[in-house]
Design a protein around this ligand. Structure first.
Ligand SMILES: Cc1cc2nc3c(=O)[nH]c(=O)nc-3n(C[C@H](O)[C@H](O)[C@H](O)COP(=O)(O)OP(=O)(O)OC[C@H]3O[C@@H](n4cnc5c(N)ncnc54)[C@H](O)[C@@H]3O)c2cc1C
Length: 412
């Protein structure tokens, strides 16, 4: 069986890509392959599953905004429950922020209310000296932000794909993309440099899979597949860990509305980057920190959460700023990877040979997932631009050796 398109990876970006490819041409024969036993078991399942449209890069903001609007449309207008709650993103800063910078964001506002009911806003002098943190000086709320359930979002795409006739092959690991010349001479060592070639088939632990075109949505595993072909995946993996905590104080707090009526406490980011994400189903918060320096780029297949990371990097911040977490205990924890585009944190979606690769989702692949899928579908057709949900357009550029393009030129 030969497919028009084989999508490798059934996480959020693979599902959304397959969905928009099929939507744009229902006659395409599409197969989605994944090494796990069902869809969205990779980093999509490990996500903190929060969304926001507050970004310093305009392109990131537009990608997220369009996807958020699509998810909201599904939930509000199409009655698809995605567990989406607009509880807001509350940024607590221990320094003054440039108000001009903040005012660029129509959905963000400075909070002047007294926050001391929920947070310790004042840090004592001893702590300031030892920990290099300070009292809360500025609070900013992004209102077009909140939490979503990636399993429900993934299920939406999966059900639609099944309905549209897209095939899935699980428990199948792609081992190698095999290059072959257009006009084979059946000579050992082909393809030679002077022969025009592309990917002929995928070697898997379940046999050979052949397609005319391939879409790699393999996240941090992409490098392993592209390196042998000499194609740079433009990503570095960084381990990320989440700890689920609960306490009597958290049980009393997690369902409180502040600045919103979603019935859930805002996703809150403290000075130093420690965040709490409400998980109302278990009267808990998930807490984490996207640590940068001293966190290397090593990769293992099954990363484990580190209790010491919680104890020495996260807990001291919660102890200082968030009294509801007093006497809290960890009830669950897990670890995964961000696939970082280390240049500008934008998703990298590029064509090379007969492959489109999605890489570098940089910790925001859920909140930009639908926009990423639309870019893939439009790049497959070699369209000049991608129309995102809501009508904004991204220019697709196809220049350079690998026709690499970043989503950098936008018509806003
Ligand atoms: C701790 C943590 C917190 C996060 N928080 C957020 C957040 O709050 N908001 C947000 O938007 N994003 C967040 N992210 C990032 C988000 O989870 C990712 O950007 C997103 O899930 C990437 O989706 P994906 O489909 O590209 O990758 P994945 O979900 O990892 O899917 C890749 C798939 O490819 C398959 N695959 C790989 N190699 C092969 C192969 N050789 N053969 C067959 N199959 C293969 C894997 O099995 C997997 O199913 C977080 C990530 C982590 C780890």
């Amino acid at each position: 069986m030969k497919y028009d398109i084989v999508v490798v990876g059934s996480g959020i970006t693979g599902l959304s890509s397959a969905y928009h490819l099929k939507k744009s041409n229902s006659s395409l024969k599409i197969l989605v392959v994944d090494k796990f036993k069902t869809f969205s078991q990779g980093n999509t399942a490990k996500s903190a599953a929060a969304f926001r449209d507050f970004y310093s890069l305009r392109e990131n903001q537009v990608m997220a905004q369009a996807a958020i609007s699509f998810y909201k449309h599904l939930q509000d207008d199409m009655n698809v429950d995605l567990g989406m709650k607009f509880c807001g993103y509350l940024f607590l800063f221990d320094h003054e922020k440039d108000s001009e910078f903040i005012s660029k964001y129509p959905n963000s506002k400075i909070i002047y209310d007294d926050l001391s009911e929920f947070f310790n806003v004042a840090v004592d002098d001893e702590t300031k000296k030892v920990m290099d943190i300070d009292s809360i000086k500025t609070a900013i709320l992004d209102t077009n932000a909140g939490i979503i359930e990636p399993d429900l979002l993934s299920k939406f795409y999966y059900d639609e794909l099944i309905e549209m006739g897209v095939e899935f092959k699980f428990n199948t690991e792609v081992k190698r993309l095999v290059l072959s010349p257009y006009k084979p001479l059946n000579y050992p060592g082909e393809p030679f440099n002077w022969q025009e070639s592309d990917v002929k088939y995928l070697e898997t632990d379940n046999g050979i899979i052949e397609g005319d075109f391939y879409v790699l949505c393999t996240d941090v595993w992409t490098t392993k597949l592209l390196d042998p072909l000499g194609i740079d995946s433009h990503l570095r993996p960084k381990k990320r860990q989440v700890f689920q905590i609960t306490s009597p104080g958290i049980k009393n707090t997690v369902h409180k509305n502040i600045f919103n009526d979603s019935g859930v406490f805002p996703f809150t980011i403290f000075p130093s980057g420690v965040y709490i994400r409400p998980y109302p189903q278990a009267s808990s918060f998930w807490t984490s920190l996207a640590d940068d320096y001293n966190r290397d780029f090593s990769f293992t297949e099954n990363p484990e959460p580190e209790p010491d990371f919680y104890t020495y990097n996260i807990k001291p911040i919660l102890d200082n700023y968030f009294p509801a977490a007093d006497n809290s205990r960890i009830t669950s924890s897990w670890a995964g990877y961000y696939s970082y585009n280390t240049i500008d944190f934008m998703p990298y979606i590029f064509n090379s040979l007969n492959i489109i690769t999605v890489s570098g989702t940089t910790g925001s692949g859920i909140m930009k997932g639908d926009s990423i899928g639309r870019v893939v579908a439009s790049r497959y057709k070699h369209d000049r631009a991608t129309t995102l949900y809501g009508g904004k357009k991204v220019i697709n550029t196809y220049s350079g050796k690998y026709r690499l393009s970043k989503i950098e030129d936008m018509i806003l």
